[in-house]
Design a protein around this ligand. Structure first.
Ligand code: HEC
Ligand code: HEC
Ligand code: HEC
Length: 373
């Protein structure tokens, strides 16, 4: 072996060692890059799953809608992985949060649940909201009532006025659509301003109803969306509603924008109805044993477009009436509402024999449960 050959051999060995060494140094970064790529893929997959399944209740940007809590905050982001996994896999018992894991009769594999968790922990909610909009799945705006500065000021001047005014703002935003602008009740929900209610329910009862809801009715549990103080302020408002009336406080009811009743919209609604709703509510809405008649004078005159849209979107928890919001667009739900509304001029006044004389002529088995006999 010549000196040159030895030298070349040494150099080659050195070169290999150096190359390997640098590769070893670079390895952690490569792994980190691979992890980031995997995470990005998971976030992208999870974003679509979120848009199609969760945005309807949790909001397009995870901001929370109505009684459904927000997911876009530090508290949820910082929840441990196990808790998040269990919540999505098994749902929360007795709430609208259903079990999504295949093991629990749901639709998602473990990997899909992981993708959803990736969105919650690492996703960018602005991107999510843009994707939800792109898919046409932005949920309809909740119907809220505006209260003027004047009204708020007059409430603030009452004893303990700050808490009362806060309760009123929360009420206008979250409750008025069902319970009426002045707590007078609507076809969807009972009055909250009645002396009878104040006598029947203690503060604790009212608080518990708001926090836990009434399962099987449109009254959702608000405990996850409102904190203890907010629920206390709402309770105070309900307790002292007669003082508002005495002080002349009246909240205007803001009507939702009218829905499109064009022949095209009604025809589209009819098409969707025959595919999705007729099997339960019957051909032309005459009802079946599965579900109440919708083609009824009483139901249609007593239920506003906004209320019908809300029922179709959110379903009725604890009954066979599904929430359609995740599967239908806002335009679909408006078209269905237009189709139902188109029956009104000719709708029969259906009287259920079992309730006639006491039920005020509600259609068979129809109307919210608290109105049934
Ligand atoms: C029909 C409405 C609805 C849908 C759809 C829905 N959720 Fe929920 N979700 C809720 C409600 C209500 C709660 C609060 C439950 C409670 O009171 O603990 C909740 C709670 C949660 C929580 C716990 C939040 C916390 O602060 O403890 C997570 C996480 C969650 N949902 C994720 C999801 C994901 C992911 C999806 C889609 C796969 C989804 N949800 C779909 C209604 C819904
Ligand atoms: C989607 C419609 C809807 C919304 C929104 C809603 N409620 Fe209700 N609420 C109902 C219905 C329906 C009932 C009757 C439940 C039953 O059958 O017992 C009810 C019952 C109640 C009761 C018990 C009344 C009684 O006579 O026993 C209270 C209190 C109440 N709601 C407060 C609230 C408050 C406060 C809010 C807002 C944070 C709210 N509700 C939002 C539908 C709604
Ligand atoms: C699997 C059966 C089923 C299907 C499918 C179904 N519904 Fe329902 N729906 C029900 C039941 C049951 C109720 C009564 C819930 C209750 O007890 O308050 C109901 C209630 C309603 C109500 C409120 C009626 C009232 O008197 O308060 C409306 C509006 C409604 N459904 C519309 C629809 C529309 C629109 C579709 C199709 C997109 C649809 N439903 C599909 C079972 C169903």
């Amino acid at each position: 072996m010549t000196r040159e050959m030895m030298w070349t051999g040494f150099l080659a060995t050195l070169l290999i060692a150096v190359t390997l060494g640098t590769a070893a140094l670079r390895e952690p970064t490569r792994q980190a890059e691979a992890l980031i790529r995997l995470r990005e893929e998971a976030v992208a997959e999870g974003t679509d799953l979120f848009a199609e399944n969760c945005a309807v209740c949790h909001g397009a940007a995870g901001e929370g809608l109505g009684a459904t809590p927000a997911l876009n905050n530090e508290g949820v982001r910082a929840m441990d992985y196990e808790t998040l996994f269990r919540t999505i896999e098994r749902g929360r018992y007795n709430t609208a949060m259903a079990a999504y894991g295949v093991n629990e009769g749901g639709i998602f594999t473990d990997a899909q649940i992981d993708s959803l968790i990736a969105v919650i922990q690492f996703g960018d909610w602005q991107t999510v909201s843009a994707r939800v909009a792109e898919l046409g799945l932005t949920p309809p705006e909740a119907v809220a009532v505006e209260i003027s500065e004047e009204t708020l000021a007059s409430v603030q001047s009452l004893p303990d006025g700050e808490a009362l005014a806060n309760g009123l703002s929360l009420y206008a935003e979250n409750c008025a659509a069902c319970h009426g602008g002045n707590g007078e009740g609507t076809a969807l929900a009972p009055a909250l301003n009645a002396a009878e209610l104040r006598e029947r329910l203690s503060d604790g009862d009212i608080q518990r109803t708001i926090e836990q809801g009434v399962p099987g009715t449109l009254m959702a549990a608000w405990g996850a969306a409102l904190d203890g103080q907010e629920i206390a302020d709402l309770t105070l408002l309900i307790r002292r509603w007669d003082e508002l009336a005495a002080a002349g406080v009246e909240i205007p009811v803001v009507e939702a924008p009218p829905i499109d009743m064009s022949p095209e919209a009604v025809a589209e609604g009819e098409r969707l109805y025959s595919i999705l709703c007729a099997r339960c509510h019957g051909a032309e809405g005459y009802g079946t044993r599965m579900a109440p008649a919708l083609n009824s004078q009483t139901f249609l005159t007593q239920t506003s477009d906004a209320a019908i849209q809300q029922i179709i979107t959110l379903g009725v928890t604890g009954t066979a009436m599904p929430a359609w919001g995740g599967r239908l667009t806002e335009a679909d739900i408006a078209a269905l509402t237009a189709y139902l509304r188109s029956w009104e001029p000719t709708a029969p006044a259906i009287v259920d024999p079992s309730t006639s004389g006491q039920g005020g002529g509600l259609p068979a088995g129809a109307g919210p449960p608290w109105r049934r006999q």
